[in-house]
Design a protein around this ligand. Sequence first.
Ligand code: 13P
Length: 290
Amino acid sequence: MSNLVSAKEMLNKARDGKYAVGQFNINNLEWTKAILLTAEELRSPVILGVSEGAGKYMCGYKTVVGMVNGMMEELKITVPVALHLDHGSFEGAKACINAGFSSIMFDGSHYPIEENIAKTTALVNACDVLGISLEAEVGSIGGEEDGVVGMGECADPNECKQIADLGVTMLAAGIGNIHGKYPANWAGLSFETLAAVKEKVGDMPLVLHGGTGIPEDMIKKAISLGVAKINVNTECQLSFAAATRTYIEAGKDQQGKGFDPRKLLAPGFEAIKATVKEKMELFGSVGKAD
Ligand code: 13P
């Protein structure tokens, strides 16, 4: 049984309500449980992101689908949850559709625009039939993710329109954002590009990648200009690592049964919950599940 939903309805509601739904990437059981429980506690819709690398790490897409479906049932999660492939290849997209994902990102931003259009078109048709939401990308997002390095381009608004017109559900457009930590000399988001893209694509919900470390005022402005989905990955990793480090450095793993993984991983789990809560509050998605 699957209670997963497409991201379409939650993102259209977010766009109309001027807030954004967070995509939080998962890496293992603790990550998934922390994000699902936080979403449920805050009555927020949520998107669980899975990169191809994380999918491999978690023993393949079928394992991920089984874990998420099982967890939603056992934890009685009732808020809308989409399970989404993050920066998928064409082959990865097909594999996730077959495995039971409810949302797909095909990242064709590194192909010439004609090839991006051809591959995205094929997936639009497949996803349509199955009721799966589809995210496309124009203008590669900077930084490094799973060995794919982009330079933080600003997308061409005309190319954005070409891809949006294919019938995708949501569009990621590069606006100077990058994955991972932002360097001290980062120029900030290009709101000029964002406004030009929005002008061309009309109602299409826009996706902001690289949500880690973007200042609050820029997040709010991006939402006001049509961003309805914001991806966060590194920030959960940083808070998990910091909390785990504090636990170990305090020698707690050497006290009593402190080495028990259920104890050892608990501070990191709570840290992910706190980060996700902070982001959901900032994005304005709290209470929007109902
Ligand atoms: P960060 O790791 O910078 O938060 O970016 C996440 C992301 O955009 C996933 O697609």
